[in-house]
Design a protein around this ligand. Structure first.
Ligand SMILES: NC(=O)c1ccc[n+]([C@@H]2O[C@H](COP(=O)([O-])OP(=O)(O)OC[C@H]3O[C@@H](n4cnc5c(N)ncnc54)[C@H](OP(=O)(O)O)[C@@H]3O)[C@@H](O)[C@H]2O)c1
Length: 334
């Protein structure tokens, strides 16, 4: 059967998506971005991946977040995205903001991991080939490498921009002190950091507590939150056991050991608060992050179009009363 050609929805910028400026930059990002860490690999169907990507763009999601190792298998999420790029998204390249990263284990031997110039340069070339792209919009150092001089990693990022292979650069999961030096190096070399990417959700408040959010703002960078639903824990997914098709059951990074009785109690209490607000727990968890203007965007994962639609509904109510905030605090401290 010949597939019909994809045509993006004409009302894609009128369907409720809002855009926020990333730090002190010219870039506006959708409040909800889509990540391809899980659900887009070669263990997933291409048709399903396409459906989610098309739907996301049709709803105004212009930002897609990838990394060299996303899959499984490693590299396969970028390959999937490359196929969609070729078959559907090519005419829309200038409407898309695409990121990738290097820094975690990718290929065997000493050069397929961490933050050397050799590793970053080679990895980005591989990513561009897999994704059928000439450049990415933002290239991240995926994690801080304590053994490579920070200057080497940062100079590689600067040179990648000079080579035209990335328009902007970002930092992911850098500890405060290392981030401080990285921001400074990049600024002094006229390639200011666009985005800091960190794990931030109701179950992990570290970016706020460790002043990473404030630090990003002070350095003119946006903050973009990953795993905003704690990989699915902050949803109604696990209220009644572990569904067969869930991330926990599929045996990924989220283990059943994360679902302790205390965590389940917290999930149930938060779920009740969300229902009283007229939201699902997923919607409330995203809205809670987006109430803070220091958060530029949240990168959600989604294993179905329905989940994506649910997550997008979060944008309809990101206001919280004092009472609701107090109830949420109490639920988290139990
Ligand atoms: N920089 C880094 O080191 C780093 C690390 C991790 C992630 N990230 C980025 O952040 C992105 C998102 O991470 P994540 O996948 O952990 O995000 P997440 O949004 O916290 O979790 C996504 C999972 O939650 C479940 N879910 C999503 N929406 C739902 C809904 N409305 N109702 C019920 N369940 C729902 C799905 O689980 P099921 O699959 O069980 O349906 C989905 O796979 C990644 O794709 C990646 O781009 C970056």
């Amino acid at each position: 059967m010949i597939e019909p050609l994809y045509q993006a929805a004409e009302n894609r910028y009128l369907s409720g998506m809002k855009y926020r400026r990333a730090g002190h930059s010219g870039i506006l990002l959708p409040e909800i971005s889509l990540g391809l860490w899980h659900n887009f690999g070669d263990v997933d169907t291409l048709a399903g991946s396409k459906r989610k990507l098309h739907h996301a763009f049709d709803c105004g999601i212009t930002h897609f977040d990838l990394a060299n190792n996303y899959g499984p298998s490693e590299g396969s999420a970028e390959k999937t995205f490359g196929q969609v790029m070729k078959s559907s998204f090519a005419p829309y390249r200038d409407e898309l903001f695409i990121s990738t990263k290097a820094g975690h284990d990718m290929w065997p031997g000493p050069y397929g991991t961490w933050g050397s110039r050799k590793s970053l340069m080679a990895s980005l070339d591989q990513s561009l080939r897999r994704m059928n792209l000439e450049y990415v919009d933002v290239f991240y150092s995926h994690r801080y490498d304590p053994d490579t001089p920070l200057e080497e990693t940062m100079q590689a990022l600067v040179d990648i921009v000079r080579q035209g292979k990335a328009l902007y650069v970002g930092l992911s999961k850098y500890p405060y002190e290392a981030a401080c030096r990285a921001y400074q190096y990049l600024r002094e070399h006229d390639v200011p950091c666009l985005l800091y990417q960190g794990r931030y959700n109701l179950f992990n408040l570290a970016p706020a507590e460790e002043h990473i959010l404030e630090q990003a703002r002070e350095n003119g960078a946006g903050f973009i939150a990953f795993s905003p639903l704690a990989q699915g824990l902050l949803t109604n997914r696990y209220l009644n056991g572990i569904p067969e098709d869930s991330r926990i059951a599929r045996g990924g990074f989220l283990k059943s050991s994360a679902l302790t009785p205390e965590v389940l109690t917290r999930i149930r209490t938060l779920n009740d608060i969300a229902l009283r607000r007229g939201q699902t727990l997923a919607e409330m968890a995203l809205a809670w992050l987006l109430k803070d203007e220091l958060v530029t965007s949240v990168i959600v994962g989604a294993s179905s179009v329905e989940q994506l639609d649910d997550n997008l509904k979060a944008l309809q109510n990101t206001d919280f009363s004092e009472e609701e905030l107090k109830e949420i605090d109490e639920a988290l401290s139990k």
